[in-house]
Design a protein around this ligand. Structure first.
Ligand code: SF4
Length: 894
């Protein structure tokens, strides 16, 4: 048996350790690393399925220049020449890099060094701007540095955990499991503050469904309450903080009493009082927050409103205490460390004169940037207006993920020179590239990442890269050298870069800067190779777990600053044309634009299509039926998505997931709708609070098309594609005649024998294409979104031949008798579907989540589905209590 390679999960900011073992017959066994302090062996559904996402299908394997494959030399020369020419003619600010929290720290470091130290501009920004820039800005205002004060262990030690704008259960599942375990073992109280009733509420003692964008008011109310009832830690405040008086004054003005808070936040005063009292009376409190706080036009103020409450009570830096920002991406923190944000310079230093001088001397930089560059939204505005004439996009897909994505697409289209380095050939952004550079990906990369608790871990390669793909750090160094900067980019391997990065963090650092990896600067290649996870700072060979229990802030006075904040009127203003508020976020089993998770059939089975979730009364008022297609519209663009009635939505508020692009759907991209309004301090766009209206699409037919490979359907109808093993499922809907649609589908295929059954009276048409006796495609068209069982169809596509009875079953559109429909997959690890779970609960074979595990295995592996299992148990038990057969039928249809 081959030895396991210790590496780190490439998805969220929890940064779980992973053991990957090559299997004798091919493939890889993926397990959680029991020795990694972030996860102690646990993995969520995405991490558990990593082994299924390693195929090289869809990879970019060769450089491409102007649509033609090219040699590396030609491609690199072209990039270097174009950048040099633009800089020579228009100056360094006419070029930009847009990078990613997916990059290894080493690649981030050299990209930042090239732009800020050698090109002489700070126009390098990262997609992490969309995820946690407000936390950075809030930390710097409060602590004088971008320091995460606490650690994951605090979740085990806290007596109260407040989750603000964080669906931890789906977005940071292993931390959620850790919290759920602590709650079970020691009764940790959990309060969730979120406009939506998410899966995380499964473990909540209290859920405050706060109106979007009103968190400042709520936490100002808490500050007022703490101060008013004499719960201030006066000793801590006097010795270690400043600004308390002004912050309290602002809070008192903003949120004088609970009634004022209730009115603005749309909450029950009794629930607010419950939250305030619990916070005030509990010594060990951790407040976890993520995108629901950060992605807001007042994101930085929200962060400071939260941090103020911890500073006023001295609940920071002690075991089980503190604010904890959790990042969305695997290396958002590494990007922050190297200076991957346009408004930071390097190694947690900014553009003050002293830092610019220090970094310039350390790098020997010929042309150091002296002022911040353009943040993401402004950067793409500048591309659109022609101020930026050459942009290099690394490991990210802004045509999908940026707000107001249609404008970003247009900007990229109009930009004179676009470079994209990526591991995937066919992304929405790659379509605009003049030069495509093939990069390595997880499993091939060698480097380090930092998770949300400041822990640096290694990503180690365990397979070779396909074709000519290269490491991102090497590509950047190749281009830098061709631009004439060979001295600063002569790195032979990532260990050399890491050691320079560590040395910069130590350079003239007398403890005045939080980020210090000094002891790691002497690591050689073999030391780097065996580096075990370590929290920074690393000044004496070991990490430091917590900050600020005894002051020691990084402000000039070394005191923590309470920052006076006031609630601003939340955007969007009420608009009669767009009266609904759109919130956006992640799904449990998908990651970003699905280029990796989309390869795993069991992950895609959890949610196959883009959807909009809304309250039943809104659905009824808008004439939207569950399962039909809706048009979601605003001034920026529109989306076509499936309607999902969701009791967890507040009236007037809707939710859409972020994962769909033009690559896997006709119009599922939420970026087309989201606003480019940003927080004035952090520059982070508000993706959680977008004004929209929703109308029925008015489809006259629905179709399920199953094929051996994906088919291209244009954008005249609604469609969404999901990988289902060796075949692809495409869900479609359209307006017009269904037989016209069928003719259009048929035209997508080559020769073969079509068998067809039409029932015009019921609007149904079932057809299959046979090639040499094997099922090549199956098409089912119906007036409603009700189609044959997926698992049965999957089996037909794995069979080498389709016999007569199977052909008849296809034409009948029915699985053979006795074969039950499993429904949408709830437990991805063991492929247990919704309908199976409901049958098991309804016939009494299981009565709770644990017995579902015993009978079906559901929820017994990674545990990510346990909140959904609990919700189903509750629904069935409620229905049984009330005898509500109708309710059950609705659930069954979901
Ligand atoms: Fe990966 Fe899941 Fe761990 Fe996040 S919680 S790092 S997605 S295994």
């Amino acid at each position: 048996m081959a030895e396991a390679v210790r590496t780190t999960c490439p998805y969220c900011g929890v940064g779980c350790g992973v053991l990957v073992t090559p299997q004798p017959g091919g493939g890889y066994d993926v397990k959680g690393d029991p020795d990694h302090p972030a996860n102690f062996g646990r993995l969520c559904s995405k991490g558990s399925a990593l082994g299924e996402t390693l195929s090289d299908d869809g990879r970019l394997t060769q450089p491409v220049v102007d649509g033609q494959t090219a040699t590396w030399d030609d491609a690199l020369d072209r990039v270097a020449d174009e950048f040099k020419a633009v800089i020579a003619e228009h100056g360094p600010d006419a070029v930009a890099f847009y990078v990613s929290g997916q990059l290894m720290t080493e690649a981030y470091y050299v990209a930042n060094k090239l732009m800020k130290g050698y090109i002489g501009s700070a126009n390098i920004d990262t997609n992490s701007r969309l995820c946690m820039a407000s936390s950075v800005a809030g930390h710097k205002r409060a602590f004088g540095s971008d320091t995460v004060p606490g650690t994951y262990e605090d979740l085990d030690l806290a007596d109260l955990v407040v989750l603000v704008g964080s669906n931890l259960s789906w977005c940071h599942p292993v931390l959620y499991q850790r919290l759920a375990a602590a709650r079970k073992e020691r009764g940790t109280k959990v309060i969730v503050i979120d406009p939506r009733k998410t899966a995380t509420c499964d473990i909540a003692d209290l859920h405050l469904a706060v109106k979007p964008g009103t968190d400042v008011k709520l936490f100002n109310g808490l500050l007022t309450h703490i101060e008013g009832l004499g719960s201030t830690d006066t000793d801590y405040v006097e010795r270690f903080t400043e600004g308390a008086e002004q912050a309290i004054e602002a809070a008192l003005y903003d949120a004088p009493d609970i009634r004022a808070v209730a009115e603005t936040c749309g909450l029950d005063p009794a629930d607010i009082l419950d939250f305030f009292k619990t916070f005030r009376q509990t010594e060990k409190v951790v407040t976890v927050y993520s995108q629901g706080v950060n992605q807001s036009t007042q994101g930085t103020d929200k962060v400071n409103a939260i941090v103020n409450c911890h500073l006023l009570t001295g609940r920071i830096g002690k075991p089980g205490c503190g604010p904890l920002s959790v990042t969305g991406q695997p290396n958002a923190m590494g990007g922050r460390e190297v200076g991957g944000l346009a408004n930071t310079l390097a190694a947690h230093m900014d553009f003050d004169e002293q830092s610019v001088d220090l970094v310039q001397r350390f790098w020997g930089a010929p042309n150091i940037a002296t002022r911040p560059g353009l943040k993401a939204v402004d950067m793409f505005e500048a591309v659109g207006s022609g101020r930026i004439k050459a942009i290099w996009v690394m490991a990210t897909n802004p045509a999908v993920s940026m707000p107001n994505a249609n404008r970003v697409r247009q900007a990229l289209k109009d930009c004179p020179f676009v470079v994209v380095s990526d591991c995937v050939a066919d992304t929405d952004t790659a379509a605009y590239a003049h030069v495509l550079l093939p990069a390595t990906t997880w499993g091939e990369r060698d480097g380090t990442v930092t998770n949300s608790e400041r822990r640096i871990s290694r990503q180690r390669p365990f397979k070779s890269a396909p074709g000519l793909a290269r490491e991102d750090w090497a590509i950047v160094c190749n281009v830098a050298q061709r631009m004439g900067f060979s001295d600063g980019f002569n790195f032979a391997e990532p260990a050399d870069i890491f050691s320079e990065h560590a040395a910069l963090s130590r350079f003239e650092n007398d403890g005045s800067r939080d980020f210090d990896l000094g002891e790691l600067s002497t690591l050689d290649a073999s030391g780097y190779d065996v580096l075990t996870p370590v929290q920074w700072p690393v000044r004496d060979g070991t990490g430091q777990d917590r900050f600020f229990a005894d002051g020691g802030f990084f402000t000039p006075s070394q005191k923590g600053r309470l920052h006076a904040v006031r609630q601003q009127p939340p955007e969007p203003a009420v608009d009669p044309f767009f009266p609904l508020t759109l919130n956006t976020g992640r799904l449990r089993d998908q990651w970003h634009t699905m280029t990796r998770t989309g390869k795993s059939p069991r992950l895609t089975a959890h949610a196959e299509e883009p959807f909009v979730a809304l309250h039943a009364q809104d659905a009824q008022r808008l004439n939207l039926e569950d399962g039909t297609i809706a048009r979601v519209i605003n001034g920026n663009g529109e989306a076509l998505v499936r309607v999902t009635v969701d009791p967890g939505q507040r009236l007037g508020e809707v939710f859409m997931p972020i994962h769909w692009s033009h690559n896997n759907s006709s119009h599922g991209g939420v970026g087309a709708l989201s606003s480019a309004a940003t927080d004035p301090v952090s520059g982070q766009p508000d993706m959680k609070n977008v004004a929209v209206r929703i109308e029925p699409y008015g489809e006259t037919w629905h179709a399920l098309v199953v094929t051996r490979s994906s088919i291209s359907l244009g954008r005249d109808i609604y469609w969404a594609q999901a990988q289902a093993g060796a075949h692809v499922r495409t869900m479609c809907a359209g307006v017009g005649k269904s037989d016209t649609a069928f003719t259009a589908f048929k035209a997508k295929f080559g020769d073969g024998e079509w068998i067809e059954f039409a029932d015009p009276a019921r609007g149904r048409l079932h057809a299959a294409l046979m090639v040499n006796g094997r099922l090549e495609a199956a098409v089912f068209i119906a007036p409603h979104n009700i189609f044959p069982e997926r698992a049965w169809l999957d089996d037909l596509f794995t069979a080498p031949e389709t016999d007569v009875s199977q052909r008849q079953e296809i034409l009948a559109g029915r699985a053979p008798g006795g074969q039950h429909d499993t429904g949408r997959i709830i437990c991805s690890c063991l492929s247990v579907g919704l309908k199976t779970i409901l049958r098991t609960l309804e016939d009494g074979r299981a009565v709770d989540v644990d017995s579902l595990g015993t009978v079906l295995g559901a929820g017994t592996n990674c545990g990510s589905c346990r909140p959904e299992l609990q919700a189903l148990v509750d629904t069935v038990m409620d229905a049984e209590h009330a005898g509500e057969e109708e309710q059950r039928a609705k659930v069954r249809m979901a």
